[in-house]
Design a protein around this ligand. Structure first.
Ligand SMILES: Nc1ncnc2c1ncn2[C@@H]1O[C@H](COP(=O)(O)OP(=O)(O)OP(=O)(O)O)[C@@H](O)[C@H]1O
Ligand SMILES: [Mg+2]
Length: 267
């Protein structure tokens, strides 16, 4: 399918400024986090976003989620402007954002309760995703009783259990060990392949972006703009063979690395 055919998410000229309480080095109280971001994510696409710390990745995801407004520009989902959070988007925010007073199972079932799914069905769904993220036996633990990586997996299970059309994932595997990370990457690809979800995946890892994505958007910093969108024309399923050691994988990873050099600063 050609890019931009059948758009799911249309990001049009998005800018986001923040007002600071102190005057910046340029004498201004305004800080431009994102400037003129235009990007279309097509239906069923896996888009990764990489860029230096502070370039506005989380800010952009918050705008896509309808959690915070853009200063200018607009985002359309299925042709409709985003103005608030809605139920067709599953979000895993940076950090864990779990409900502290709910157990692992109750966190995962939260969205299912909102959707009025009956209790027995909720239980079957939460069992499935608890097993998927390797947390069987921890169903009745509270978030503070879990490690960071475990909390991150609960957040992912919660988003997946909810079965949204769009998954917005902000470094969902940053706090898990390397082996778990590879397993979760493959599970995410399997679920994506089976369900046709549209995924926007923020990561600091260019290897992870290359392994997972159809395209990788590389952002520059200060202000955050799109430097380039790189096509990842590697065969799928990516879990077959050792794709990470192929020359083509290395070539794509290297071109992303080059784009990120100099902190993604403007040329
Ligand atoms: N609520 C806010 N008020 C003021 N400035 C903010 C706010 N949120 C974000 N910023 C600023 O906007 C810029 C982008 O922040 P953002 O969290 O989107 O970066 P990021 O790319 O997600 O970084 P990281 O990779 O470290 O998670 C930063 O300079 C940050 O200080
Ligand atoms: Mg962030």
């Amino acid at each position: 399918m050609a890019p931009h055919q059948n758009p799911k998410i249309e990001i049009r000229n998005i800018s986001r400024t923040f007002s600071h309480t102190t005057v910046g080095s340029d004498g201004s109280r305004e800080f431009t986090a994102l400037e003129d971001i235009t990007l279309t994510v097509r239906t069923g696409e896996f888009l990764a976003i990489v860029g230096p710390s502070g370039c506005g990745k989380s800010t952009l995801l918050d705008i896509l989620a309808g959690l915070s407004p853009a200063t200018s520009g607009e985002v359309l989902i299925d042709g409709v402007p985003v103005t608030r959070p809605t139920l067709n988007r599953g979000i895993v925010l940076q950090g864990y954002s779990l409900l502290a007073w709910r157990t692992v199972r109750k966190n995962i079932e939260f969205g299912l309760e909102v959707k009025n799914i009956p209790k027995s069905e909720r239980r079957a769904i939460s069992d499935r995703y608890i097993a998927l993220v390797g947390l069987t036996g921890f169903e009745d633990h509270y978030p503070h009783e879990l490690s960071g990586g475990m909390q991150q997996r609960v957040a992912l299970a919660r988003a997946l259990a909810y079965d949204p059309e769009i998954l917005l994932l902000d470094e969902p595997f940053a706090a898990v060990d390397a082996l778990t990370r590879e397993n979760l990457q493959n599970e995410l690809l399997r679920i994506w392949n089976e369900t046709g979800k549209t995924i926007v995946f923020v990561t600091h890892s260019i290897e992870e972006a290359t392994y997972l994505a159809d395209r990788v958007a590389v952002l520059t910093t200060n202000p955050g703009t799109i430097r380039q969108v790189v096509d990842v024309q590697l065969p799928r399923p990516r879990s077959e063979g050792d794709i990470r050691s192929t020359p083509e994988f290395g070539r794509i990873r290297h071109s992303l690395w080059n784009l990120l050099q100099n902190g993604g600063a403007h040329a």
